[in-house]
Write a protein that binds this ligand. Structure first.
Ligand SMILES: Cc1cc2nc3c(=O)[nH]c(=O)nc-3n(C[C@H](O)[C@H](O)[C@H](O)COP(=O)(O)O)c2cc1C
Length: 398
């Protein structure tokens, strides 16, 4: 395979490639973290470290896959879980971190070891920062995104209901950290762009866009909430375009803070999508959980292949390409009816286009072939998009 340079430096956090394993079960203890590095991860974020004992005790059961057949067939699925924070005390994590660093050195493994923390008071945020940075973490990530923490807290998404609290946490952690600080954004019940602005102005060195949503999955037949019986984190590959949009909004804002894209990544091309909208690197959790750690090196190879196909030799060759090209603003959208749609020989007369056309512009003729009345057609494109035979063509009118 031709050589491509995947190295990235995120405001002082240097990684051999842009794929960082996000905080979660794939990073729950030193063994798991080492396996991620051995599988080629550019960085690893620990499971969130906290002093909150209730957050260290995991509900059982707590993980549920919706559409499991689709998940393993490479299609859309949802992952629903109430995995809380690390079961290990912060003091134990200081030993874990320094041991991981030693092992990485011995095995000549490169990669950023990032400690995810969550304090219940400003004093705890300060203490956790100092402990993890002193133990050898290359960066600190602030868990201001966990969807399970609803109110009255200084951590998880509860903290994000107060801009003042977010600002204070970032400032305290920054003042006490000898290493870069990453703010992780929640997309749930908050405006990630506003949060990004607050975190950037308070001094974070990087942002993660974004964590998961909160969901509630009800089994209507059983008349109950599935699995553990409460609200849970809800995500999956379907989330990618939403996180991508927030990433683009944040990058467009020119906050001068690198963005790490996250949410729904399942392939090397997905990594490329985040970099194309200006992310510096990415984080991934759910795919690695379900497809195994082999998927880390698989996604990196896919990214390399994609770069080679497009003639890129380093990440900077395409980072932010989509943003530079421009995302069309609503006021500049094309409103002219300049296309003509035609039905090709491939039509089998299934009638789906007839059913979906909002303008009643399509009918089946006596030979059971679709026919479009261009006087009625509004160029909305729905028929083209749903046709199972790809039997509809769109051309500029002459
Ligand atoms: C089971 C599970 C446990 C998670 N635990 C944590 C955590 O302890 N701390 C944290 O900041 N994020 C946690 N996350 C969120 C992930 O780090 C990540 O932000 C989110 O899942 C979106 O990425 P993905 O779509 O690649 O999974 C967890 C996610 C899952 C699925």
């Amino acid at each position: 395979m031709a050589e491509v340079d995947l190295t990235v430096n995120i405001n002082g956090i240097s990684c051999p490639n842009p794929l960082i394993v996000a905080s979660g079960p794939p990073t729950l203890n030193p063994n798991a973290i080492m396996k991620c590095f051995e599988s080629g991860a550019g960085g690893v974020v620990t499971k969130t470290i906290t002093y909150d004992t209730m957050q260290q005790l995991q509900p059982k059961p707590r993980m549920h896959v919706l559409n499991k057949k689709d998940a393993f067939a490479g299609k859309f699925y949802s992952f629903y879980s109430i995995d809380l924070m690390s079961e290990y005390k912060p003091e134990k994590w200081t030993i874990f971190l320094s041991n991981i660093k030693k092992k990485m050195k011995k095995q000549r493994l490169n990669g950023a070891l990032i400690a995810s923390i969550a304090g219940r008071s400003y004093e705890e945020w300060e203490k956790l920062t100092d402990m993890m940075a002193s133990a050898g973490a290359d960066a600190i990530e602030l868990n201001l995104s966990c969807p399970h923490i609803d109110k009255d807290g200084l951590m998880g998404r509860a903290a994000t209901s107060s801009p003042e609290v977010v600002k204070n946490i970032v400032k305290i952690v920054k003042e006490n950290s000898s290493v870069p600080v990453i703010g992780k954004l929640t997309p749930h019940g908050a405006n990630p762009l506003e949060l990004a602005k607050i975190m950037a102005s308070a001094g974070v060195d990087a942002l993660v866009s974004t964590a998961r949503f909160q969901g509630l999955v009800v089994d209507a037949e059983a008349l109950k909430i599935v699995s553990w019986g409460g609200f849970g984190g809800y995500g999956g590959p379907w989330q990618l375009p939403i996180s991508l949009a927030w990433t683009a909004h944040i990058v467009n804002e020119n906050l001068d803070v690198p963005v790490i894209g996250s949410g729904g990544i399942a392939s090397g091309e997905d990594i490329a999508k985040f970099l194309l909208v200006g992310a510096e690197a990415v984080q991934c959790c759910t795919t690695i959980m379900l497809m195994g750690r082999e998927t880390i090196s698989k996604m990196i190879s896919e990214l390399k292949n994609w770069m080679i196909r497009h003639g890129f030799t380093k990440l900077g060759d395409f980072k932010g390409y989509i943003i530079k090209k421009g995302i069309v603003k609503t006021e500049n959208l094309n409103r002219q009816r300049i296309y003509s749609f035609s039905i090709t020989q491939k039509c089998i007369g299934c009638g789906i286009c007839v059913r979906v056309c909002p303008y009643n512009a399509i009918q089946l003729n006596s030979f059971k072939k679709a026919r479009i009345n261009m006087r009625k057609c509004d160029n909305c494109g729905l028929c083209l998009s749903v046709c199972p035979q790809d039997a509809i063509e769109m051309n500029k009118r002459v």
